[in-house]
Design a protein around this ligand. Structure first.
Ligand code: ADP
Length: 162
């Protein structure tokens, strides 16, 4: 069976921490689908549209026939089935990520027991990095160049008008 993985997330915006997970996981699979969540999230509205988030990831990654980037709506397990994926990838930064990820794991397993979820520990240099922190820095006029791909830094500058 072909090993196909989905790496789902908000990616609002993609950071060097996400890119690190993508680069570390790509060799394990025949295909890696980076799936940008396009479900509305009123509790945490997105800064960037799904199209912008997809575009930034595409620009940040070297083009590879193994990598696909697109947005999805609806349940992750349904999307994964549609794409023929048998693995889901997630990243873990701190203990605080664990509770949420564990809950999602248990629920996804109930919804589709055949879908295996794989967790990557963050690399030490990215353990402090989150999209929320990046947006906060950019909003307050700080430089994000060391934390995000150049295309994202440019988009953040445009967004916040610096
Ligand atoms: P979501 O809103 O679905 O959690 P995110 O874009 O915040 O989407 O994150 C997508 C995945 O990437 C999550 O599993 C998250 O834990 C992981 N992740 C985010 N930032 C990092 C990082 N710096 N190091 C490792 N994993 C990360």
């Amino acid at each position: 069976m072909k090993k196909i993985a989905v790496y789902p997330g908000s990616f609002d915006p993609v950071t060097n921490g996400h890119i690190d997970i993508i680069k570390r996981s790509i060799s394990l699979f025949e295909k890696l689908i980076i799936a940008v969540n396009a479900n509305p999230n009123p509790a945490k509205p997105y800064l960037f549209s799904a199209e912008e988030r997809v575009e930034m990831i595409r620009e940040a990654l070297p083009s590879s026939p193994k990598i696909e980037v697109e947005s999805f709506k609806g349940l992750l397990v349904h999307y994964a089935r549609k794409k023929g994926a048998n693995f889901i990838i997630r990243g873990l930064r701190a203990l605080s990520d664990f509770e949420y990820e564990f809950q999602m794991y248990l629920m996804n397993k109930k919804l589709n027991p055949d879908l295996e979820m794989i967790y990557f520990m963050t690399s030490q240099q990215y353990s402090h990095l989150s999209s929320s922190v990046i947006k906060e820095i950019a909003k307050l006029g700080g430089s994000t160049i060391n934390f995000v791909p150049p295309v994202v830094e440019k988009k953040l500058l445009e967004k916040f008008g610096y």
